[in-house]
Design a protein around this ligand. Structure first.
Ligand SMILES: [Ca+2]
Ligand SMILES: [Ca+2]
Ligand SMILES: [Ca+2]
Ligand SMILES: [Ca+2]
Length: 310
């Protein structure tokens, strides 16, 4: 009964052009079959890939590494420039990139990762809600995170120089974000600007990315403008915010992925009551407008005890 309250709004979309281009900005295709997989940490500390099943869900988890219990945060995206997802993990304020080997074999999945490199400097433990998404369109995922003490959001851009990962100084992206407790990023309305989807109280709310000022965009910079959660009010062509759903106090995990392989980023939640992972498919057709989603599509309880679903 209570679970039924976790519903994304399912409304008829406005008639307009179809979105162009695939879901981009992040790709977690570990098995290299062009279908994005689900990465998670099992209760026993194993890192596991659940390969996309080719339809609208994920197969059973395949362990690709042991001993991830001590990570305070982990996620995945390409930071090496080979378009294959690497696993980034923070331990005691240091983020280490665990590199995709370039190959995946179901027979020897522990060969999926090969080699490590430190990502940026130290002090990542002062930031929470860390999310990987390509904010400047260079093909490498960047880190967006909240400074825990201040509620300010920052973005660090990832580059490669002389074969090494380089991380830009932080760009401050706005303040007032102390009130949220879940964050993920995707261009959910297909306008080329990343959107922040957050849990604010019991609601899931989209903050649609707004174009950065031209002067700021000319150089190395995120493509989206700074946003203030407390007073959203900058001039904008796109809508600023939209409440996507109520009832998200019933979920204990949140993630954005293209679950049904239509190149539109979908919403994933996990019900605290029974561990069921549920997907809300993105049914939006209007580019740059508000976004719309299906009702719950259950994916199973396989991930009930997992952490850091990515
Ligand atoms: Ca890579
Ligand atoms: Ca980038
Ligand atoms: Ca957008
Ligand atoms: Ca989709």
């Amino acid at each position: 009964m209570a679970a039924a309250a976790l519903t994304a709004l399912a409304l008829a979309p406005a008639a307009s052009a179809a979105p162009d281009g695939p879901f981009s900005g992040r790709d977690r295709d570990f098995t290299l079959d062009a279908k994005e997989d689900l990465l998670s940490r099992k209760g026993n500390g194993q890192l596991a890939v659940s390969p996309h099943n080719g339809a609208t869900g994920y197969g059973l988890p395949v362990a690709i590494n042991n001993g991830w219990n001590n990570a305070h945060w982990l996620s995945a995206g390409d930071v090496t420039g080979d378009a294959k997802p690497d696993v980034l993990a923070e331990v005691n304020g240091i983020i280490t990139a665990h590199k995709h080997s370039g190959a995946y074999s179901a027979a020897s999945p522990f060969g999926t990762l090969n080699g490590t490199e430190q990502y940026g400097g130290w002090g990542w433990n002062f930031f929470d809600l860390k999310v990987l998404y390509d904010e400047d369109g260079n093909g490498l995922v960047d880190v967006t995170a909240r400074e825990t003490a201040t509620g300010k959001m920052f973005v660090w851009l990832t580059g490669i120089e002389n074969g090494k990962i380089v991380v830009s100084p932080a760009f401050e992206m706005g303040s007032g974000w102390g009130v949220i407790d879940q964050l993920d990023i995707a261009d959910v309305n297909f306008d080329g600007l990343s959107d922040w989807v957050v849990r604010q109280g019991t609601e899931l709310v989209a903050y649609y990315g707004q174009p950065a000022p031209a002067a700021k965009s000319a150089g190395l910079a995120p493509k989206r403008a700074a946003t203030n959660a407390a007073t959203p009010g900058v001039a904008a062509a796109a809508p600023l915010t939209q409440v996507l759903s109520g009832g998200w106090d019933l979920a204990n995990a949140f993630e954005i992925k293209d679950v049904n392989l239509d190149d539109k980023p979908d919403l994933l939640g996990r019900l605290a009551s029974n561990g069921q992972l549920v997907a809300f498919h993105n049914t939006t057709t209007e580019v740059g407008g508000e976004t719309w989603y299906s009702g719950q599509n259950p994916l199973g309880t396989t991930w009930a005890g997992d952490s850091f679903l990515s």
